[in-house]
Design a protein around this ligand. Structure first.
Ligand code: SF4
Ligand code: SF4
Length: 316
């Protein structure tokens, strides 16, 4: 199943964006000639809520689910972490494909539910709210487009249970859009912030241990009832993870800070910055001393010149 993020010319996605009231002709049912064709060659990206549903279905931790069933990938070249299904060993088929259909049908991921529609979340520069648009995927092997059944994308989303899936992935999509729109001027995220994004978005059981940790509780203040609610439910915890990331990555403060701990961290950070600057100044001084000892002068442009002005140096 091929589900590109955006419609490109020459791709199976029809290259025009459509709204939810757009009518599609489509039906997929057992017995159709192409049964399982889409699940035989997969490219299925997962949302955090997809992972919460699937790990519960399989009765395993998110850490084990990620290890066993997924591969990480970068959504954008500047390093937004994403997760995809890992196909069967030495093949391209989904590990949940069975002759009778999907083995996890009730908990199948968002991309599988949407197919043959692609969701395009976007935000215009002058808008404060995210907008959803759609594109229709038409792959030649899919006979579902030939079946005489017409319905709007809005009705198709309802039929496929997508309203709940999209609502619960909204916080994550907002984070991805924000990261994309922060642009190259902000630079690629640090390894630490990528790891934090990955853990909070996809490895909810490790994130739970983090929220329970002394380090987290020294810095953040959570009322006891809120803490119990968050830690006792994967979906609540996932939504808290989005809040947490919005706070640490974008400064949208909604989680109270322990002010003493925050001040202490800020002081530590400032001390570390001062140390880095001092080390850099020492390195610079050492380098300049070496240059002087070796009789090499360095001009403001950083290019070394021959000491003898009258010499034959060609780099004047
Ligand atoms: S999860 Fe189910 S519907 Fe999705 S690709 Fe796998 S078998 Fe197909
Ligand atoms: S009709 Fe399309 S979605 Fe359904 S099984 Fe065939 S290829 Fe897959």
């Amino acid at each position: 199943m091929s589900q590109p993020d955006v419609p490109f010319p020459n791709s199976p996605v029809l290259p025009q964006m459509v709204e939810a009231d757009h009518v599609i002709q489509f039906s997929c049912h057992k017995g159709i000639g192409c049964w399982n064709a889409c699940c035989s060659n997969i490219d299925v990206s997962l949302t955090p809520y997809d992972i919460v549903r699937l790990k519960k279905r399989l009765g395993i931790t998110s850490t084990d689910f990620l290890r066993e069933y997924t591969v990480p990938y970068e959504m954008e070249k500047d390093g937004i972490a994403g997760v995809k299904f890992r196909p069967v060993d030495n093949g391209t088929a989904c590990r949940f494909m069975r002759p009778e259909g999907c083995a996890v049908y009730e908990d199948r991921p968002t991309a599988c539910r949407y197919y043959p529609v692609a969701l395009l979340s976007m935000r215009r520069q002058d808008e404060y709210v995210d907008r959803d648009a759609y594109a229709v995927v038409k792959e030649s092997h899919c006979k579902g487009h030939e079946v005489e059944r017409r319905l709007t994308i809005a009705d198709y989303r309802k039929e496929q249970g997508l309203e709940e899936y999209d609502e619960l992935a909204r916080g994550w999509r907002q984070l991805v859009l924000k990261k994309k729109s922060s642009g190259p001027s902000t630079g690629a995220p640090s390894i630490k912030s990528r790891q934090m994004f990955f853990m909070a978005c996809y490895d909810i059981d490790t994130f739970r241990l983090f929220v329970e940790s002394d380090a987290f509780n020294a810095l953040f203040v959570l009322p006891e009832d809120e803490r119990a609610r968050i830690l006792g439910d994967d979906v609540e915890l996932m939504q808290f993870a989005f809040r947490y990331l919005k706070q640490v990555l974008f400064g949208e403060n909604t989680i109270a800070l322990n002010e003493d701990a925050a001040r202490e961290r800020l002081e530590k950070w400032r001390a570390r910055q001062a140390e880095i600057e001092r080390e850099a100044a020492e390195q610079r001084a050492k380098y300049e001393r070496q240059m002087l000892e070796e009789g090499i002068d360095e001009d403001a442009s950083g290019l070394a010149h021959c000491p003898d002005e009258a010499g034959s140096c060609s780099r004047d």
